[in-house]
Design a protein around this ligand. Structure first.
Ligand code: DP6
Length: 379
């Protein structure tokens, strides 16, 4: 008999960034972080976990390609989930002995892998959720987030929908370093995101290596974790609870800037943003200036893509202005993208940014805040 379970898991994009490991083995962070989970209708990993007595070895394929699973991180996820299954089996002798069988994991992303689109977050969240479903574990999303964290830090936040945070924790064994829900998507469903894809190339410094170099060499980073992030975490939670977009946006942009300043302060420096990213910042500045209030907020992860958050009521002002700059020739393949009308006359002081963006942006993905992992089948 073959046992199987499948799930979708979402991407999340942090507005207060995780950058820095306190304990590399446990993958605990130097600071707490907070993110928005994006809709699985647009971006997602789909993962099926299978096992049977005939399965010869543990394996994982991503988009049809065999992945190396010998690394400590994937192994930690397998080990912890198997231990939980063993516990269930030891209490109930009628349960099939799944913990002793090898696992076959089949994953598909519907977006470019490792282009700075948080693929490891959705990937490990889906892997952990799919195996937990296969094993019929009673574990809560918070419990599973602790396991997913060991696969990839940002993955722990993708076990929740809406607005989710990763509490850094203080226990030496990492047992309190887990994600929690700040607010569900339904609390503030008007949140939208435009992802300006600047490059589908694999990034040159992985976030794992980059952040360790930052911790080791950047004095600015020490200031960030001591005095900057703790205050921002509190303020960001409040902004989400109050649905206060102006505060949310200011904190989002400042935290992205501070994170990339720490990358620049790393020695040798790390560059994730490029001239296209800088042009995207200028465009957001111009959109906000023209609106005479903050209607959009940019943020950048470990890559050049811009993620621009805005509220549904300002879609024309924000997405329309982006479309006015990029025109229709850039991919706006999805239904929502096609329905956007290019907004009005060109904004003042955006000529240089416009040229750069036209050259540098290959695709725009319009999406919104969304729910947590979704089970797709099980038997
Ligand atoms: C810039 O979660 O990819 O996206 O724990 O080493 O797998 P590992 O790192 P990863 O780092 C993500 C960094 C970030 C910010 C964030 O998502 O909070």
């Amino acid at each position: 008999e073959v046992y199987r379970a499948s799930t979708y898991a979402p991407v999340n994009i942090a507005v207060i960034k995780y950058w820095g490991k306190k304990n590399v083995e446990l993958n605990t962070p130097t600071n707490s972080s907070l993110s928005v989970t994006l809709s699985q209708d647009d971006l997602r990993t789909h993962t099926t976990a299978l096992c049977s007595v005939e399965t010869a070895k543990d394996s994982l394929t991503l988009n049809g390609k065999d992945q190396d699973i010998s690394g400590a991180r994937t192994q930690a996820c397998f080990r912890e989930l198997r231990a939980l299954r063993k516990e269930l089996e030891s209490k109930d002798a009628s349960l099939p002995k799944l913990a002793d069988m090898k696992l076959k994991i089949v994953s598909e992303n519907n977006f470019p892998t490792a282009a700075g689109l948080a693929s490891s977050a959705a990937g490990f969240a889906a892997l952990v959720r799919a195996i937990a479903n296969l094993y019929q574990l009673p574990s809560s999303p918070a419990d599973l987030s602790r396991i997913a964290r060991q696969g990839s830090g940002s993955a722990c936040r993708s076990l929740f929908g809406g607005y989710s945070a990763w509490e850094q924790g203080s226990q030496a064994d990492g047992s309190d370093s887990a994600a929690y829900e700040v607010a569900p998507a339904s609390h503030w469903p008007e949140m939208r995101a435009a992802i300006l894809v600047a490059s589908a190339e694999k990034k040159d410094v992985s976030s794992t290596a980059g952040m360790q170099l930052t911790v080791a060499t950047s004095p600015l980073f020490q200031e960030r974790i001591k005095n900057v992030v703790p205050k921002r975490m509190k303020a960001m939670e409040k902004a989400v609870h109050d649905r206060d977009f102006e505060s949310f946006a200011a904190l989002t942009m400042k935290d992205s800037n501070n994170f990339h300043a720490c990358c620049m302060d790393t020695f040798p420096p790390i560059f994730y943003m490029n001239s296209t990213s800088h042009a995207a910042i200028r465009l957001c500045d111009a959109i906000n200036a023209a609106a005479d209030k903050t209607v959009c907020a940019y943020t950048f992860d470990a890559g050049p893509n811009a993620v621009v958050y805005y509220l549904a009521e300002n879609e024309t002002q924000v997405a329309g202005a982006i479309k006015a700059v990029l025109g229709d020739k850039t991919g706006w393949e999805d239904k929502r993208g096609q329905s956007i009308k290019a907004a009005g006359t060109p904004l003042p002081n955006t000529e240089a940014a416009t040229e750069t963006l036209k050259k540098g942006i290959s695709r725009v993905i319009l999406t919104s805040v969304g729910d947590g992992p979704r089970k797709t089948d099980q038997h």
